[in-house]
Design a protein around this ligand. Structure first.
Ligand code: KDG
Ligand code: MG
Length: 402
């Protein structure tokens, strides 16, 4: 079997997605997600101009060899653009391998380790009252884990708090919008929100919170300590993770578990955090970390160090990424949680898929391969529209990590 075509499809059914479709001479096809929020066309060009020509004529069964060829062969390593492009190829090749074998990909990864993939949803609101309504909504839908984000009094707009609820979309403007940040106001407010949520929903609902990289290590340590009475499952991205040893300071001060990794694209981004057991959950996902092949390597390293998976699953990760993530989630020994932001009906129409939600769990498709495809005719009805994540500034105007 040989690869005869590798098409890059850019579509915007409510938000932008980049998808690679690989076609073989025997008519078997595979899909891979290559979406990088706000930088979509950079990955599309990398794939179209620099990767697709190298795939023609290759044996699609050689997944590892193709991964190494694209990674080592490029000379320029790592980075979100390169690794999202490699991820798309890798994911599509796993899809093809599953179809050729007549098995869902998780069977090729060792089979099931659990009956379902426990997911968490996003409850967010401007006020604590709104947040309580949203948490109740997820509990009613059967969710066992809920991420809680609340507006901060005195700040006009807070990242992660949105008018859309089930389909929350952070890339909100054709040029980046701006938000204002105050660590003082935030640190004073968040514990009061969790006090109310715990009081209302009791001790067993798993609660999570995303800090979106906005604190320094000692501020994060203080937040973690102030949240200890509310027994969070995790505090996410408390600081920018460029300085991995910075997490030692957080660890020295708090028992609130830490989750990191949605912006990581390589095992090297996470190696120190994992080896020193500075984190509890690694949130890297298929599309941004080199596909199923490389993410499996990260999860295996994590398993040696008591670190569980907690893969990113916001709306900017397409159903192709979700389908692939679920194949890993169901099979790895150290699964923790899977984020699940529902996609809109338009997105689901463009990406028909067999995975489904029931009673707090997602279940991967049982179809051979990944159990997801792209409807190219439907995709063509939704042309690319530029959209960016907001930029964050302190009250005095200084740009601040978002
Ligand atoms: O593209 C960025 C979003 O996916 C991100 O901001 C959402 O932090 C996020 C999360 O944890 O889902
Ligand atoms: Mg996050």
């Amino acid at each position: 079997m040989k690869i005869v075509d590798a098409r890059v499809i850019v579509t915007c059914p409510g938000r932008n997605f980049v998808t690679l479709k690989i076609v073989t001479d025997e008519g078997v096809t595979g899909v891979g997600d290559a979406t990088l929020n706000g930088r979509e066309l950079a990955v599309a060009s990398y794939l179209r101009d620099h990767v697709a020509p190298l795939l023609i004529g290759r044996d699609p069964a050689r997944i590892e060899d193709t991964w190494q060829y694209l990674y080592q062969g490029a000379y320029w390593r790592r980075g979100p653009v390169t690794m999202s492009a490699i991820a798309a190829v890798d994911t599509a090749l796993w899809d093809i391998k599953g179809k050729v074998a007549g098995l869902p990909v998780y069977q090729l990864l060792g089979g099931r380790s659990r009956e379902g993939v426990t997911v968490y949803g996003h409850a967010n609101g401007e006020t604590v009252e709104e947040v309580l309504v949203e948490v109740a909504r997820y509990v009613d839908l059967g969710y066992r884990a809920v991420r809680v984000q609340c507006g901060v009094p005195g700040l006009p707009k807070t990242y992660g708090v949105s008018a859309d609820k089930l389909f929350y979309e952070p890339a909100d403007a054709a040029l980046p919008s701006e938000a204002t940040w105050s660590t003082q106001r935030y640190l004073a407010h968040v514990p009061t929100v969790f006090a109310r949520v715990r009081d209302e929903f009791g001790p067993t609902l798993r609660l999570l919170h995303d800090v979106h990289h906005r604190l320094t290590p000692i501020e994060a340590a203080r937040l973690g300590r102030s949240l200890e009475p509310y027994a969070l499952t995790w505090m996410e991205d408390p600081v920018p993770a460029d300085l991995q040893e910075g997490f030692r300071l957080i660890r020295q001060h708090t028992t609130t578990p830490v989750a990191v990794g949605e912006v990581f694209n390589s095992i090297f981004d996470a190696a120190q955090l994992i080896r020193e057991q500075l984190i509890d959950y690694i949130r890297t996902t298929v599309v941004h970390a080199g596909g199923i092949t490389h993410l499996r390597r990260i999860f295996d390293l994590a398993a040696l160090h008591h670190v569980r998976s907690g893969s990113h699953g916001a709306t900017d990760l397409s159903p192709v990424c979700m389908a692939a993530a679920l194949q890993l989630d169901i099979s790895i020994p150290n699964f923790g949680l899977q984020e699940y932001m529902r996609h809109t009906a338009q997105t689901d129409e463009v990406f028909p898929h067999g995975y489904h939600y029931a009673d707090g769990y997602l279940h991967p498709a049982e179809a051979p391969g990944l159990g997801v495809d792209i409807d190219e005719e439907a995709a063509a009805r939704y042309p690319y529209a530029p959209a960016y994540l907001p930029v964050n500034r302190l009250e005095d105007g200084t740009v601040h990590p978002w």
